[in-house]
Design a protein around this ligand. Structure first.
Ligand SMILES: Cc1cc2nc3c(=O)[nH]c(=O)nc-3n(C[C@H](O)[C@H](O)[C@H](O)COP(=O)(O)OP(=O)(O)OC[C@H]3O[C@@H](n4cnc5c(N)ncnc54)[C@H](O)[C@@H]3O)c2cc1C
Length: 399
């Protein structure tokens, strides 16, 4: 049976969280695939810092990862607590029932907080022979027998029996094959981190040293998370990973105007200029709160527009599909984009494995995945937009 699986050419486009999770799931079921990643190497750019994994996301990871990697994932998460504390910019604790009622997991099983790069390294482990870097998909051609020819920017091609695009928010396959339409919400996120140096810890309010805190401002919010890792004295598995340090993760989410930026100019800002905007915005904040930015890692700053997919309608299923942000982009305000990508990966793994095992139609397996995914991803997108409205007010939708 394994031999037959090997003959199916499955291509995964994009080695992001979703694509790698799928490749792990297929491998666990004896199915090989080839992953094509645009970047020249794994760690070439930052893609965020902490990522919150909820119960469905954790279950999907458990299904896809071999036991040793799933254990390593659990061990490398930062210490978790439940419940978010809400403050104003003077660091007075306040009540906001909507924020406080956000699911943060239950006491026995709080949401998990891995360092994003570490999670990606774990997901890549054991797949080195299945991945080609420097392969940017530029177009594709449907051939006979449901084969697809993928064409890459370096002029090379690959012919696949099944293509799964996990190539993120700008995916052409997501837009064309799966008819995914995305809008600009008009809001942005600015995120970075601040290492736990003695000086920073001393100057940053102790209330922020544990768990998640939300600071509500006008037309924006700031979310902070203390990322404190439980470094083992000796554990061989940790040697597989790039060294980590404890840090405060922080992310602003809101209207560019709240930062003194116009809708059109924030793309062209240098990190120094963005820091300048943050310093102006936080000038009158409590000193123990704005210390987060005084001691911030200057390299860590990122700014991105918040995009969101429109509700999806049915399309004709075939041997080309998509998962994750490629087919359902959502505001980070809901904290479920990656979790939904993991659910996609687990469902695709299950359906593809069953079809190959029973020798039934792969296209039906894909159609069943797409049917279910449309329902849960529409719900996740909607929930994320509502989360954004709590954090920064109403969304303006521009295409
Ligand atoms: C600030 C912030 C905080 C977030 N926090 C959370 C959170 O706490 N929890 C949560 O669940 N989600 C969170 N998200 C959302 C989450 O990051 C995404 O939903 C998730 O990364 C999607 O994974 P993906 O695999 O679909 O795409 P990505 O992780 O974006 O991966 C896409 C991959 O495809 C590659 N690629 C792109 N184009 C091509 C091409 N043409 N050819 C080949 N390869 C290509 C890219 O280089 C990349 O490696 C957050 C997002 C942001 C911005």
């Amino acid at each position: 049976m394994i031999q037959k699986f090997k003959n199916k050419r499955i291509a995964v486009v994009g080695a992001g969280l979703g694509g790698l999770c799928l490749a792990q799931g297929l491998k666990k079921n004896g199915i090989s695939c080839m992953i094509f990643e645009k970047d020249a190497a794994m760690n070439i750019r930052t893609q965020g810092y902490r990522i919150r994994i909820n119960k469905p996301g954790r279950n999907a990871l458990k299904e896809c990862l071999p036991e040793n990697l799933y254990t390593l994932f659990l061990e490398t998460c930062a210490a978790s607590t439940t419940g978010m504390r809400v403050f104003n910019t003077s660091l007075e604790e306040s009540k906001n029932e909507l924020v406080e009622s956000w699911s943060d997991g239950v006491k026995e099983m709080p949401d998990l907080k891995p360092n994003r790069l570490t999670l990606r390294e774990i997901l890549l482990h054991g797949l080195q022979e299945n991945i080609q870097f420097g392969k940017e998909l530029v177009s594709w051609k449907e051939l006979e027998n449901e084969e697809t020819e993928l064409l890459f920017a370096d002029g090379t091609q690959y012919i696949a029996d099944l293509v799964i695009a996990g190539d993120g928010v700008h995916s052409k396959i997501g837009a064309e094959q799966c008819k995914d339409q995305k809008i600009n919400t008009g809001n942005i996120t600015i995120y970075g981190r601040t290492f736990f140096t003695d000086e920073a810890k001393d100057q940053i309010a102790s209330a922020l040293h544990k768990g998640t805190s939300v600071i509500l401002g006008e037309q924006f919010s700031l979310i902070t998370d203390a990322m404190e890792f439980n470094f083992p004295l000796k554990n061989e598995s940790w040697n597989l990973l790039a060294p980590m340090e404890n840090y405060f993760y922080w992310a602003f989410i809101g209207n560019p105007e709240a930062f003194g930026l116009s809708q059109s100019d924030f793309y062209s800002q240098s990190p120094e200029e963005v820091f300048e905007c943050i310093h102006k915005l936080t000038d009158r904040w409590h000193p123990k709160l704005k210390a987060l930015f005084k001691y911030a890692d200057k390299q860590s700053l990122s700014i991105t527009p918040i995009r969101s997919s429109l509700p999806k309608k049915q399309w004709k299923s075939g041997s080309i599909t998509a998962l994750g942000d490629a087919v359902h982009t959502m505001s980070p305000a809901g904290g479920v984009g990656a979790n939904t990508a993991f659910i996609d990966a687990a469902l695709l793994t299950e359906n593809i494995s069953a079809a190959l095992m029973k020798n039934t139609s792969i296209i039906e397996a894909v159609a069943d995945y797409e049917k279910k995914m449309r329902i849960y991803s529409n719900h996740a997108v909607e929930m994320s937009l509502r989360g954004g409205e709590i954090l920064h007010g109403t969304t303006e939708k521009n295409s």
